[in-house]
Design a protein around this ligand. Structure first.
Ligand SMILES: *[C@@H]1O[C@H](CO)[C@@H](O)[C@H](O)[C@H]1NC(C)=O
Ligand SMILES: *[C@@H]1O[C@H](CO)[C@@H](O)[C@H](O)[C@H]1NC(C)=O
Length: 411
């Protein structure tokens, strides 16, 4: 029977299997499901590259899963070229036969709520703002499936709209630093503004411990004094000598999710590594990563971004959605065609890297650490958070600069 399955279907099997069962805690995590067939990874990598092609970008972070599921909700409410263009953003290079993109993303989102408070603390919300509430009718269910709330901006002017968007983002997210991206948004009649916000704090599977931290210099865009955490243990690790990059997977408590770190061998800005990044290369790294003794040093830091994504999404081929004449969101409201269009996509994300580990009953096996490899992250790195059960990409970003007291002459 199995032999008759096309190859594409066989490739899909590992992905589908892990969706069903959550992995048990303890020990090194099981081998990775391939990101090659995953819509959140496909969108994540494209958007990451588009964001980073702007050389002034610093400490980028966004949630591919949150954005992908909101876009899928929009795709399901659109038709014609608008729908095709949204779907193309979510198309992985090795399309998994039989994978229902909508079901998959919606299930992966639900996992966030069930896993919340065990391996990580997450706040995640998505909303579709508009001046007048479109008569959603049956589309309401579709939005709920993707945790997308519907919000009305009201009759006020731009200043009031911005305040409302800002208040929404701050609710549950906490105080926001820097200039609000809402300033770029002008909510006209018929404009839909998609907003996503994710705040994430992972809890390690194995404790770094209080005496595992000290103050050291982080060699980012500016040199700064930061608290670094250190731990030697067994981790999935791979050294790509040709591309001069180390790949490390560090599990969070209970095997709920893991952090993937891509660290250049030497101190450098991330431009070289970012030009290399493809989904194929990254999948290859994950396959080759093997459990090794590794001595990890990581800065404690907050990585956060507030982004307005219209420019990048347009560059990636989403063009009709913004144009009131061309956009077709007829599935979202009865009077949709020619009226509803996308007026903005706002995205906020923040990731806290701390030494904290999760707590629970699980007895972890003792690790036998021998001649560990050094994974010394005192310079910029790329960071990804992957949900272990679904394989979905929760966060993707990088640390170019760590906040801290400036270091001047000592080096
Ligand atoms: C996670 O739990 C916190 C605290 O209980 C809650 O505020 C937050 O909304 C939850 N996040 C999700 C995605 O359910
Ligand atoms: C990160 O942010 C949290 C919450 O705002 C704060 O408590 C913590 O001290 C910050 N960590 C660093 C390293 O700045």
């Amino acid at each position: 029977m199995l032999l008759r399955f096309p190859l594409r279907l066989l490739l899909a099997v590992p992905v589908l299997l892990v969706v069903q069962g959550s992995t048990a805690g303890g020990g090194p995590p099981p081998g990775p499901a391939s990101p090659l067939g995953d819509p959140s990874w496909a969108l994540g990598l494209r958007l990451y590259r588009a964001l980073r092609s702007d050389s002034t970008a610093s400490n980028t972070l966004f949630s591919p899963l949150l954005l992908a599921s909101s876009l899928e909700a929009l795709a399901e409410g659109s038709a014609g070229a608008t729908a095709t263009q949204v779907r193309d953003l979510l198309k992985p290079p090795a399309q998994t036969a039989g994978l229902q993109v909508g079901e998959y993303l919606s299930e992966a989102l639900k996992r966030l709520t069930t896993a919340n408070g065990t391996g990580f603390h997450v706040h995640a919300s998505s909303a579709l703002f508009s001046k007048q509430a479109p008569a959603l009718g049956s589309a309401k269910e579709r939005l709920t499936k993707f945790m997308l709330q519907q919000r009305t901006l009201g009759k006020g002017g731009a200043a009031e709209d911005h305040k409302q968007l800002q208040d929404w983002a701050e609710a549950g997210f906490g105080r926001l630093d820097g200039a609000p991206v809402e300033a770029e948004i002008k909510a006209k009649a018929g404009a839909l503004i998609l907003a996503n916000a994710m705040r994430f704090k992972g809890l390690w599977e194995r404790e770094f411990g209080q005496d595992g931290t000290d103050r050291r210099t982080f060699l980012g865009k500016k040199y700064t004094k930061v608290v670094m955490m250190h731990r030697a243990g067994l981790y999935r690790h791979y050294e790509d000598v040709n591309n001069m990059v180390q790949v490390l997977e560090a599990p969070l408590w209970g095997g709920e999710a893991s952090l993937l770190l891509l660290l250049p061998f030497h101190v450098e800005t991330l431009g070289r590594l970012e030009k290399l990044l493809t989904l194929e290369l990254m999948s290859g790294w994950l396959e080759k990563a093997a459990v090794n003794s590794v001595a990890i040093s990581l800065p404690t830091a907050n990585i956060s971004s507030a982004l307005s994504l219209q420019k990048q999404l347009s560059a990636l081929g989403l063009t009709d959605a913004w144009d009131p004449k061309a956009a077709d969101f007829s599935g979202l409201a009865d009077h949709g065609k020619g009226k509803l269009h996308l007026g903005g996509v706002l995205h906020r994300a923040s990731l806290e890297l701390t030494a904290e580990a999760g707590k629970g009953e699980t007895e972890l096996e003792e690790e036998k650490v021998e001649k560990p490899k050094m994974f010394y992250a005192d310079h910029p790195f790329i960071i990804l958070v992957r949900d272990k059960a679904s394989g979905a990409l929760l966060l993707m970003g990088c640390l170019d600069h760590a906040e801290g007291e400036a270091v001047h002459d000592e080096l």
